[in-house]
Write a protein that binds this ligand. Structure first.
Ligand SMILES: Nc1ncnc2c1ncn2[C@@H]1O[C@H](COP(=O)(O)OP(=O)(O)OP(=O)(O)O)[C@@H](O)[C@H]1O
Length: 921
């Protein structure tokens, strides 16, 4: 059972205290035992999976699509032809059965693929972290959202998804986006006061599952979970939308349809051309039908989907969860990555290393969040740290076993402040007991500061921390040796110099200030003006070790990496240099302020310059503007984001990348990719895999379409040369399409990335999959294959000395010749599979054994061909004959011709582009 089936008390109309007692809870939350009991009673806070499609629906779809219907009709006609034939030919019956086999096999592949894609999607969905913060026994815990029960007190902050339906009991500037429920997208403010009776969705003191907190903070008591929530009711009414097809899937499907049209036309043409030869009409009809069926690339869309879902799984293994299939192919064509700094390029494990107070700088010892270190024992430092830690919401968690480290629950910047305060012997909870918090004006990246107001013995005190510029402009005084003095121009300059000096060493700098207030709860404006500056705090955030290589790889791959940060330009530049985002002497550093002063044209020009670019002190709106400007220039942009207000940029970018470990639920919902480990290196890895997916698709397209040329040309040649029989019959063609070629195509779709995949520029935006290059390669390889097998056929027929008109289906020489044609195609496809693995690198560079599955798949095809040639029952079906060793030797030699020709073409290409082989071409 999920969620409470019965009605809940009228929570909206009751005052906050009464809500708590009505729901059997308190301001300290439920006890752990109560929570356990309620979880058993109400079930997990999950939605029933009613929207999932049943298993039969996709299976039925496999038999009702255009190709399947065409094939079923074709099979029916062939059966009819067999019934009408006089005398009956088992070949016709085999063909009819084979066509039905095609339908069944295709449906099986398609169904298995869809089923596994659905399973993958579910598994991935489950991996996206969905946690929330809950008070239990007065302790703040982070729990999976599914463990939330009615009566839980949930702590909410901007960026959180609301885990269940709750009544707000405390609100600080709290606003939510109710769009998923009400469709109205403007943020709506929430209050903790009771409201008049009315529709629950309209109650201004309730927040609902499926919606997001967009601003402020607060606490709320859960009154409905799972299916009992408003969202649960809505969810039951809507069926899950079927997954959308990606542009590549659409391109391949449309190409497959066009080829099918061409196959129909060719079949009709062959029928018409051969009709005057006097062959029986039924025979001719069956033959034309067979050619049509053979040319239709039925398995192509399924092979494509397999290839895409292999990409999805590989990316998941590299910590990049794909939420939209579209992202797999888009990742392969990224040209610009706009990346955050903290957490993505750095470890987000901040350590305060320096404190600046009363004109003096003090070193802080210790590393990470372990509070065993030292800080100067001076009164001004202590006061600075007291105010800083009062103005925090994060919590420091001690290790629970010797292998664990200290952790931070909440914002990492605040975590570092709590650690340095602890080093000075200050504990936030004790400080807050002495000076209880009255209200809070939460941090936001536009203001770049945060304020809390506390009740002290003497009245109220506002504690402010934030970016030095933002705090300094609100300060009128400075604390110096225990006195409050006016902040003179010289003083101000000294603070800025100290802050810049710290920032230029890569430290994140925060300023801390205070204001004494009298009277009632102050407005934000009042609490954040006429402040007294207490000092600066500098924290170090070490770069992630793996990022330097990833940034270098992106550079080689022609991808521009632009750092977008809310931090100080000097801090940003120092970090950018450390990870290699900036290498030259003069990066272009643009602040949010400068961006505001630029019009779109000036911004466009700025982005056109190929310089190293740092965007600093920017807000999420700036991010959105930069993404749009890059896109206007035709770039394919990936952008990272973690905050709630990053959502528009994440949605708008070609690939929105959200942080799985540290990001907000809102950002994760808006993104196409979620990074489980938050690291930039995972973006680079996903780009590499995305490029590989695209290359692999091209590989199996060349592979599959070249044999179509190899099959069709000999048939046309025989028709126009006046030979009365076909050089390869329809059942043989089907054996190639469905027997020997399927597995190598799948193995090509699963190829590991080529070694130099990140040494080439991104593919141009809007490049068609079926480019001139791709079609050219198909005609080149397929054409050579076609010439070889046609020559083989006519040479074998011709050398027998039997006149054309004396040949019948059962002439031994004819049976040998068609066996040779089929085996010729199979062998040449074996070598083709090897050569299509790279469009410019020699097979010697790629390595023969680097895709063992491909060799095994090719080997299976050859074994199948041998069985068709030697096993009497198969000989009867295919009208084939045993080949001797000399035949095989000739076939193997001819089979290598396309490979050798392609090697020569590649060598020439490499020579033309950068000289002799060795490096990437
Ligand atoms: N919790 C906080 N309270 C007060 N000020 C903060 C807090 N977190 C950050 N700041 C200040 O606001 C500035 C901007 O922070 P913001 O979080 O918007 O940057 P960001 O884009 O996350 O930076 P980065 O690119 O480093 O991740 C920081 O440089 C810091 O000075």
């Amino acid at each position: 059972m999920t969620g409470r089936p019965g009605p809940h008390p009228p929570v909206a109309e009751l005052p906050a205290d009464a809500v708590c007692s009505a729901l059997g809870t308190s301001w300290r939350g439920l006890s752990k035992a109560q929570a356990r009991d309620r979880l058993t009673a109400y079930g997990p806070n999950e939605l029933p999976r009613t929207g999932r499609r049943n298993v039969w629906q996709p299976l039925r779809a496999q038999f009702t699509d255009l190709f399947a219907v065409m094939l079923i009709v074709a099979s029916g006609i062939t059966f009819l032809a067999y019934a009408l034939e006089e005398p009956r030919d088992t070949g016709t019956l085999t063909l009819a059965v084979a066509i039905l086999g095609v339908v069944v096999l295709n449906a099986a592949i398609g169904f298995a693929q869809e089923y596994s894609a659905e399973r993958t999607a579910q598994a991935l969905e489950a991996m996206v972290p969905r946690a929330c913060r809950v008070l239990r026994d007065g302790e703040l815990l982070e729990l999976p959202a599914r463990d939330v029960v009615p009566g839980d007190v949930v702590v909410l902050e901007a960026g959180d998804a609301v885990p269940a339906d709750c009544r707000v009991v405390e609100a600080h500037e709290l606003a939510v986006n109710n769009a998923p429920l009400t469709g109205e997208s403007d943020p709506v403010g929430r209050t903790a006061d009771p409201v008049a009776a009315g529709p629950l969705l309209q109650a201004r003191n309730c927040v609902f599952m499926g919606t997001d907190v967009v601003a402020g903070s607060g606490q709320a008591v859960v009154f409905a979970t799972g299916a009992a929530t408003e969202f649960g009711r809505l969810y039951r009414l809507t069926a899950a939308a079927p997954p959308q097809k990606t542009p590549l899937q659409l391109q391949v499907a449309s190409m497959a349809r066009r080829v099918a049209g061409a196959a129909l036309a060719i079949g009709a043409l062959l029928f018409a051309v051969r009709l005057p030869t006097g062959e029986p009409v039924v025979d001719l009809f069956v033959f034309a039908l067979g050619v049509m069926v053979a040319l239709v690339p039925e398995g192509l869309p399924a092979t494509l989907s397999v290839s895409l879902s292999i990409g999805v799984r590989r990316m998941a293994r590299r910590h990049a969860l794909i939420k939209q299939l579209l992202a797999v192919e888009a990742l392969g064509s990224v040209t610009v990555v706009c990346t955050d700094k903290t957490g993505t390029l750095t470890q987000a494990e901040m350590t305060v290393t320096e404190v600046w107070a009363a004109d003096r700088s003090h070193r802080v010892t210790g590393v990470g969040y372990d509070p065993s270190g030292e800080v100067a024992d001076a009164a001004e430092v202590r006061e600075l740290l007291r105010v800083a830690c009062l103005c925090c919401n994060a919590r420091l968690l001690p290790p629970t076993n010797p292998r664990e480290r200290w952790r931070v629950l909440g914002d990492t910047t605040e975590g570092a402040l709590l650690v340095v305060a602890a080093k000075a012997g200050l504990d936030r909870e004790a400080e807050e007991a002495a000076a209880p918090r009255v209200t809070e004006f939460p941090f936001d990246s536009d203001r770049k500061l945060m304020t809390t107001v506390h009740r002290t013995g003497a009245g109220l005190q506002a504690c402010v921390k934030g970016a030095p510029g933002a705090v300094l402009e609100r300060c009128t005084d400075v604390a110096l040796d225990g006195r409050r003095e006016p902040l003179t121009r010289t003083q101000r300059a000294a603070v800025v110099a100290a802050s810049d000096e710290m920032a230029s060493r890569g430290l994140r700098v925060l300023a801390v200030a205070r204001r004494e207030l009298n009277g009632p709860r102050p407005a934000q404006e009042e609490a954040e003006s006429a402040l007294t500056l207490l000092g600066l705090i500098g924290m170090h955030d070490p770069p992630r070790p793996e990022v330097t290589d990833a940034v270098a790889a992106c550079r080689r791959a022609g991808i521009r990496v632009v750092m977008v940060t809310g931090d100080h330009p000097l801090t940003a530049e120092a970090v950018a240099r450390r990870v290699g985002v900036v290498r030259g002497p003069d990066p272009v550093v643009v602040t949010g302020e400068k961006l505001d002063a630029m019009d779109d044209e000036a911004l466009g020009e700025l982005l056109t310059e190929p310089s190293e670019l740092l965007l600093c002190r920017v807000s999420p709106e700036h991010k959105m503007r930069v993404v749009t400007a890059f896109q206007r220039r035709g770039e394919v942009v990936a952008v990272t984001g973690d905050g709630a207000n990053d959502a528009p940029a994440l949605k708008h970018a070609d690939i929105g990348v959200a942080m799985g470990a540290s990001g907000t639920d809102v950002a994760r919902e808006a993104a196409a990719v979620v990074l489980l480990d938050d690291s930039f290196a995972s973006i680079a890895a996903a780009v590499r895999l995305g490029r590989a997916v695209y290359q692999n698709i091209r590989k199996f397209l060349v592979y599959l379409f070249s044999h179509n040329v190899g099959e069709l040309v000999p048939v046309l040649a025989a028709t126009f040369a006046g030979f009365p029989l076909v050089p390869i019959n329809a059942v043989q063609i089907l054996a190639i399409d469905l027997g020997s070629d399927v597995l190598p195509a799948l193995a090509l779709g699963a190829e590991p990335p080529e070694s130099d995949v990140m040494d080439r520029p991104p593919r141009p935006r809007g490049e068609r999959l079926f480019s001139a290059g791709l079609v050219g390669r198909i005609l080149f390889l397929g054409g050579i294959q076609a010439i070889c097998v046609s020559a083989l056929f006519f040479w074998h027929i011709g050398s027998s000395g039997i006149p054309f008109d004396d040949f019948t289906r059962h002439t031994r020489v004819y049976q040998e010749a068609i066996t040779m044609v089929q085996a010729g195609i199979v062998l040449s496809q074996f070598f083709n599979a090897l050569t299509v693995r790279s469009d410019h690198l020699s097979i010697r560079t790629v390595g023969l054994a680097t895709n063992p599955a491909l060799l095994a798949a090719g080997g299976f095809g050859i074994a199948l061909m041998a069985a068709i040639s030697y096993a009497p029952p198969l000989q009867a079906v295919f009208n084939t004959a045993p080949l001797d060793a000399a035949d095989w030797a000739v076939l193997a030699a001819l089979g290598t011709v396309p490979l050798l020709a392609d090697e020569a073409r590649k060598a020439w290409l490499r020579h033309r582009s950068r000289g002799p082989e060795g490096g990437p071409g």
